[in-house]
Design a protein around this ligand. Structure first.
Ligand code: BES
Ligand code: MG
Ligand code: ZN
Length: 485
């Protein structure tokens, strides 16, 4: 989708207009419209009320199309309202087979959120389909603003929104790709490609199996043993000269069969999404390549497959992790935390001022919080960042909510034969998984986001498609842009 912003008074040479109005009749077109009498008539008839999620198409005097889109009645409007309105406009026109539209916007309209909503709307993963739906979206959108507008500022917002949204699209493509395409090696290659087109802003370093062996990543390698796919630790480095360092760690299980503790067959296909954390980190770096931010940001993607085989790690095995701490494997399906143990430990090499990991870590989180919010768990020093993350979640719609990390929860993962065991029983499964990670993350201020419930969905919701949705990319970017480390 090509989006451009123009500032001019006349409507000549434009077509397929979009006008946003609230329930109270507030109009965000920033101009006196030739069709304002007709719009008043439509409102009088009650055919358009300004309700959120509703739109109305009519034909203007010069055989032009006009789409009224409702913003709802909650002035001041929230970011979500603007994104949904953009989605509504995109859907209404593209469903008619129309490719080009013109948004008439005042300076009060939220350009950033509208552009975000436009780009995220109508996503469909079409790579393996003969019938392509993604291409049915609007291809060209002109945002027409009053002549008085500060175009430079408006374009800066457009570019920022494009970076955030396209990072999300990259994450969606990685998530939706089947496990036989999006292998660990594919994730590593994607990271390399992001660095190559970043104009020197990002450096990607890759650790292959041999480098992982030499680096002592025994826990990561233990999980990878059952699979014929090569494991990788992907390291991305943005702005390496900056003073403060943020480390992002993503769980990248490109398929989680459960291993020897094999999962039931029903729904197992969804475990291709078990790289949601990795997809989010790669999506963030895709965006960072286009953004100027004052932080050093390290991205670590710990990736492999979890498969059963004669070489696979087994329940009862004891694994010595990179940190030196030993892990008793109770259940090979609790593999994410085992892989992350080494990545989180490795992160200390960068002396992070803050470290965030994202992982589709526990089914228990889906039960606790459903699909509406990710679980957020922190160590003591990480708690300072809780409010800022919740705020970014509210703004982006990628919500996070805290769970407690009382010390006593750690008792559930004590082992009789090793330093820690990889499961803590059914009670508080998300928290005990967090406690396990904390064992390896406590060297720095740290936050864990369990995104098991939010990374993919079974049904469409406005600009969020069913399937993998790229949760975390916009959340983290907003957090990074506002963070004070
Ligand atoms: N990848 C799964 C968690 C998951 C489950 C994500 C459902 C999304 C939806 C993880 O590796 C896993 O299998 N966790 C186990 C842990 C248990 C064995 C302690 C789980 O949640 O059942
Ligand atoms: Mg598992
Ligand atoms: Zn998993």
């Amino acid at each position: 989708m090509r989006i451009s912003i123009k500032a001019q008074a006349g409507l000549k040479e434009f077509e397929n207009f979009v006008v946003l109005e609230s329930k109270e009749g507030e109009n965000f077109s920033g101009r006196s419209l030739p069709e304002r009498k007709r719009i008043a008539g439509i409102r009088e008839l009650g055919d358009f009320t300004g309700e959120a999620g509703k739109s109305h198409l009519f034909y203007g005097s010069k055989s032009s199309r006009w789409l009224l889109v409702g913003l709802g009645n909650k002035a001041p409007f929230l970011p979500e309202d603007w994104r949904k309105a953009a989605d509504q406009a995109q859907r209404a026109y593209s469903s008619l087979g129309i490719k080009k539209a013109t948004l008439l916007l005042s300076e009060e309209a939220d350009i950033f959120e509208l552009v975000t909503g436009l780009i995220l709307s109508g996503y469909s993963y079409d790579r393996f389909r003969s019938r392509k739906d993604h291409g049915k979206r609007l291809s060209t959108v002109t945002i027409l603003m009053p002549a008085s507008v500060n175009l430079k500022q408006a374009n800066a917002l457009r570019r920022k929104a494009e970076a955030h949204a396209k990072g999300t699209l990259l994450a969606r493509d990685l998530l939706c790709a089947p496990g036989n395409l999006a292998t660990p090696t594919y994730l590593a290659e994607t990271a390399k490609a992001i660095a190559e087109k970043s104009g020197g802003r990002i450096e990607t370093r890759l650790k292959d199996r041999k480098a992982l062996e030499e680096g002592g990543f025994t826990a990561h390698l233990a999980v990878a043993r059952g699979s014929d796919e090569e494991p990788w630790l992907v390291e991305m480095d943005y702005n390496s000269e900056a003073e403060k360092t943020l480390v992002l760690v993503g769980k990248g299980l490109t398929f989680d069969s459960g291993g020897i503790s094999l999962k039931p067959g029903a729904g197992m296909e969804d475990m291709k999404y078990d790289m949601g954390g990795a997809a989010a980190v790669l999506g963030v770096f895709e965006a960072l390549a286009k953004l100027d931010l004052p932080l050093r940001i390290i991205g670590l993607v710990a990736t492999c497959e979890n498969m059963p085989s004669g070489r696979a790690y087994k329940p009862g095995d004891i694994v010595t992790s990179r940190s030196g701490k030993t892990i008793e494997v109770i259940n090979t399906d609790a593999e994410g935390r085992v892989v992350l143990a080494d990545a989180l430990d490795y992160a200390k090499e960068f002396k992070p001022d803050f470290m965030i990991d994202l992982a589709t870590l526990t089914g228990a989180c889906v039960i606790a919080l459903g699909g509406l919010t990710a679980g957020m768990l922190c160590n003591k020093k990480g708690e300072a960042f809780r409010d800022a993350m919740i705020e970014s979640g509210g703004k982006t719609g990628e919500r996070v909510w805290p769970l407690p990390m009382f010390e006593e929860y750690g008792e559930q993962i004590r082992s009789k034969v090793a330093d820690v065991r990889n499961t803590g029983g059914r009670a508080a499964g998300t928290i005990t998984a967090g406690k396990f990670l904390q064992t390896f993350a406590d060297h720095s201020p740290w936050m864990h986001l369990d995104i098991a419930g939010v990374t993919w969905r079974d049904s469409d919701r406005a600009y969020i498609p069913k399937g993998g949705n790229g949760f975390g990319v916009r959340l983290l970017l907003d957090f990074i842009e506002n963070a004070e480390l």
